[in-house]
Design a protein around this ligand. Sequence first.
Ligand code: ATP
Length: 307
Amino acid sequence: SAKKIIVVGSTNMDMVVKTSHIPVPGETVLGGSFFMNPGGKGANQAVAVARLGGEVSFISKVGNDIFGKQSSQLFEEEGISTRYLLADAGEPSGVALITVDAHGENSIVVASGANANLLPKDLEAALNEIAGAGILLMQLEIPMETVHFAAKYAASLGIKVILNPAPMNTLTPELLQHVHIITPNSKEAEMLSGIPVNSIADARKAATLIAGMGVKNVVITMGAQGALILEDGRFEEVPARPVEAVDTTAAGDVFNGALAVALSEGKTLAEAVQFACQAAAISVTRLGAQSSIPHRNELIVSNLPRL
Ligand code: ATP
C-alpha cells in the first residue's frame, strides 16, 4: 500500500493580479483583475499530494491571524493533516504578491512572515510522524537549518527526501548528501550548475554537474519542454503534454506533489515523472496556484491532452 508523505514547508496567502504585461521598475499598470488564493510552495505541494490521492501530513507555520485560520480550514477541507500546522505568536502569515501577464508568465514577491520562524525545534514534536512516512517533500521557503535538520533525520531512517530547490538558495554538500531526488526548474538548474539551461541538451550537462555535487537523482523541469531525469547516471527525457498555457503559477508545485504521490505508490522514477508532467500540464491551463491543482480523477487517460 502507498506510504505516507510528509511535506515540510511554507504557507502563504497569494494575492494575484492579472495584467497585460509585468511592470518594469517605476511603471504602473492599470486594469488587471485581482483575486486571493491560498498558496506557498509547501501548502501548494501538500494540496497537490492530497488531491492526487496521497496521504499527507503538512508541517508548516502561519501567523495568528485571519490568513492563518483560513489556511488551516482549507487544509482540513482538502484532507491534509494539520496536526503540525503551527501558529507563530509574533510574525504574520506569509504573503505572496503575484503578477500574471497575458501570456501566463508570472513574477512573484514573497514576504515570508511566520514561515521564517519554522525552526528545527518546531519539528521535534513531529519526529515520530516523519519516522512513519515513506517520503519527505521540501522546498526552500523556510529556513535552511530546518530543511537540513529534517532531511538529515529522514535520510537517517531511509525515508526518501525530495528537495525542490525553490526559490534557490545555497545548498551545502552536507544537505545534498541526504537528498534522494532534487527537482530544480531550468533557472534553478542554471544557478546550481553554473551553466545556462535552455535546451534538453543543456539540462543533461547541468544534471551531470548537479549529480556530481552528491545528489543521487536529478529531475530538471523544463516548462513546455517537459522534464529530464538523471537516475543513477542514466538519462531519460519526458516530454510535456501540449496545452495552452493560461497561468504557469504552481506548475512546479503540482509536478513535485504528483512526483511524491507516484513514488509513494511504488512507481519507478520515470513513471512518476510522466505522471507529474500530466498533472502539471493540467494545472497550467488554469488560473491561480491551489485553484489550478488537479484531482486524481482528472488524470484518467481520456481526459489528458495528447502527446
Ligand atoms: P512555476 O514556477 O511556474 O510554478 P516551474 O518553473 O517551477 O513552474 P516548470 O519547469 O516551468 O516549473 O514546469 C514544471 C512542469 O510543468 C514541467 O516539467 C511540465 O511538465 C509542466 N509544464 C510547465 N509549463 C508547461 C506548458 N507550457 N505546457 C505543458 N506543460 C507544462
